[in-house]
Design a protein around this ligand. Structure first.
Ligand SMILES: [Zn+2]
Length: 429
């Protein structure tokens, strides 16, 4: 990196100026005011950082003057039209500097002259058609992975002296999301190829089973989407506001028998997830390919090394279909929370929300569920006074609940739990 004497001198002078400014500010603070002193130190160091970056990036401090003519990236001869300013958003705040700017020379024979212009320095530093550094992009990506765009932009601006809006965060994330999605697609494609070629081979090459249990949990959720981020349905175009789309989400984690006994089943110990083994995947249902993504995540999580595989879901048919396709032989468990939701829906539909009779019935029905008496539960639902189906439904709420508990219940004694060869279902406890 070119740091000639002229450049060093200019940077030193700029830093010296900041330092003097710092002493002036500190003079005004009272003794013991650490809070404001710290604030001033942070501000000054960011300001010094900006001076350092500007000192290195500014082309006016270069020993050699920029060339007058060059070959442009479009292939044309270009001429220097001057040193033009650029603002870059960095981890120490906005940095302003100038760099040589070139424009294509008009070719007299051509029908239309090329209007292309470019700054070679932008390509050199990797900021061509960009206003943010990689550092800023990395930070905002990290935050956007955990927070909403609004929260991410706000969090970044608390630590970095930048003004960033949720919309800017979104447009910075777009290429990251696209790159991640295409990487996922490539992985899934190669996995599908591999599966086709080596289906039989894979079975024989089973590795040693060092993992006690691998859990795979999946669910569908309706996510609120920004208008314009997805193609709209006809009726959605006619009304205002955000739209909702189904997202399929999955989690994979390893677990082994923990020290805690089950409160519901004697002799059963509750599994403890292995720390840091939890991995997630989510994809909009309309995009397709969720099953393969989850399968890939499970492979990375140790699917082939697991003594037992457990699939946990809410009982929706797509979950069991996916499990049958990708995790044949896994123990299928309906989680208690989702199952209880169905019980409460019946109570609300038959007795009304918040009624004492409904609460009493649901509490007793849920305890049947907890004890694994799903046949008794089905009888309890069938014994309720019949109600009419809601508009647009062919079957009433209790009838659908009977379907749900009958389809999902294939009761097994818990002692029979380690039986990975056969697919069987039980209530999660
Ligand atoms: Zn050109």
């Amino acid at each position: 990196m070119e740091t000639n004497e002229q450049r060093k001198k200019a940077v030193r002078a700029a830093i010296q100026e900041e330092l003097e400014g710092f002493f002036v500010q500190v003079q005004e603070l009272s003794e013991g005011d650490l809070e404001h002193l710290e604030e001033q130190v942070v501000k000054t160091s960011q300001q010094m950082g900006r001076r350092l970056l500007e000192g290195i990036l500014d082309s006016r401090l270069r020993e050699q003057r920029p060339v007058a003519r060059r070959q442009g990236s479009c292939g044309h001869r270009q001429r220097l039209v001057g040193e033009r300013p650029k603002e870059l958003l960095t981890l120490v705040g906005p940095v302003r500097f100038v760099r040589p700017y070139y424009q294509c020379l008009s070719v007299p024979t051509a029908e239309k002259s090329c209007t292309h212009g470019e700054a070679p320095d932008d390509a050199l530093w990797g900021v061509h058609e960009r206003r943010t550094t990689r550092g800023v992009q990395r930070e905002i990506s990290y935050l956007c992975g955990r927070l909403t765009f609004e929260e991410a932009a706000e969090s970044l601006c608390r630590h970095v002296p930048l003004g960033m809006s949720a919309r800017q965060a979104l447009s910075l994330m777009r290429p990251v999301g696209e790159a991640l999605a295409s990487a996922e697609d490539r992985q899934v494609k190669s996995l599908q190829m591999e599966a086709k070629q080596a289906r039989n081979q894979r079975r024989e090459e089973r590795q040693s089973k060092q993992i006690e249990r691998l859990y795979i949990e999946l669910d569908g959720v309706l996510a609120r989407m920004r208008r314009g981020s997805v193609p709209l349905e006809k009726e959605e175009r006619q009304r205002k506001g955000d739209v909702y789309r189904e997202i399929k989400a999955g989690a994979v984690f390893r677990a082994e028998r923990g020290p805690k006994r089950s409160e519901l089943v004697p002799g059963v110990y509750v599994d403890t997830p292995e720390p840091d083994s939890m991995r997630y995947v989510a994809r909009r249902t309309a995009k397709g390919g969720f099953g393969w993504l989850l399968y890939q995540l499970a492979l990375h999580g140790g699917l082939e090394q697991a003594q037992q595989v457990v699939v946990i879901g809410d009982g929706a048919p797509w979950i069991w279909n996916l499990a049958a396709e990708h995790f044949a032989g896994a123990v299928q468990i309906v989680d208690l929370y989702h199952a209880k939701e169905h019980v409460w829906e019946v109570a609300h539909a038959v007795f009304g929300r918040g009624t004492a009779a409904g609460t009493l019935w649901a509490t007793q029905a849920c305890s049947l569920l907890e004890q694994g008496h799903s046949e008794a539960l089905v009888s309890a639902i069938e014994a309720l006074p019949p109600i009419a189906p809601e508009p647009g439904q062919a079957r009433s709420c209790p009838e659908r609940a009977v379907d749900y508990f009958t389809t999902n219940a294939k009761p097994h004694a818990l002692s029979a739990l380690p039986r990975p060869r056969h697919a069987h279902r039980q209530w999660y406890r």
